[in-house]
Design a protein around this ligand. Structure first.
Ligand code: CA
Length: 239
């Protein structure tokens, strides 16, 4: 379902992972579990989560190494990371935050605190889930009033196009595959064909008018919203 943020839980202790997953599920999140760095990377390669809960002490590569790698990779660098660890002293906390973690929770933690921190980090990092207006160039989308404007000129969008634009603007410059968009914008996409996405992207571009070129097709990969409107070839020829 839409509005159920996907949370990847990277934790080798199954009892803790289970406890976290149950609590996330009961509170409107979609948890997946990876027990080491290798399976965590496989999960990330398959689909980007909205947030990662990352244990520091893992068999093989540590959570710290993983956090650094994900921060250095353009595909994963924007995913919020909360580090989990039994190590609670200040130098460890600083090392975790230096590695790119957004927050830090020392074990043992209360599930209430964990959920509060997950929500807080999501609000900070994913504005599209917090109802704040998003501005990219002169394109502005305001979820609270459901208004979109470009160069201060209001635009009319259908509800699906609005949701699609909201998601793309909340994750600008990233390439989203059709199946990722179905998952994030349409929710349960089992019965929807991927070409539905193409239909709505086409409508979105038409509705965006001059800003339509901000929605780029990335061949073989999907779609991306980019900050710079591209000058159409025809305009260049006249320039
Ligand atoms: Ca551990």
């Amino acid at each position: 379902m839409r509005n159920m943020p996907a949370v990847l839980v990277v934790e080798d202790e199954s009892a803790i992972a289970e406890l976290i997953a149950v609590n996330l599920r009961h509170n409107g999140f979609r948890p997946t579990w990876a027990m080491d760095s290798v399976s965590a990377q496989l999960e990330i390669d398959a689909a980007l989560p909205d947030l990662i809960l990352l244990d520091w002490m893992l068999p093989g590569e540590s959570g710290l190494v993983l956090a650094k790698r994900w921060r250095d990779n353009p595909r994963t660098k924007e995913i919020p990371i909360i580090m989990l660890t039994a190590r609670g002293d200040e130098s460890d906390r600083v090392a975790g935050l230096d590695a790119g973690a957004d927050d830090y929770i020392a074990k043992p933690f209360s599930t209430k605190e964990l959920l509060a921190r997950v929500r807080a980090v999501l609000r900070r990092r994913v504005p599209e889930q917090a109802g704040e207006s998003i501005t990219i160039g002169t394109l502005v989308l305001d979820p609270s009033t459901h208004r979109v404007s470009f160069d201060a000129k209001p635009l009319k969008l259908g509800p699906t196009e609005f949701k699609l634009l909201h998601y793309l603007m909340g994750h600008a410059e990233r390439v989203h595959s059709r199946s990722q968009l179905l998952d994030k914008v349409w929710g349960d996409h089992v019965y929807i064909e991927e070409r539905t996405v193409d239909v709505h992207v086409k409508r979105l571009r038409e509705a965006l008018d001059a800003a339509g070129t901000m929605v780029e097709t990335v061949r073989g990969a999907g779609y991306r919203l980019t900050a710079k409107p591209i000058v159409p070839v025809a305009d260049k020829a006249h320039a």
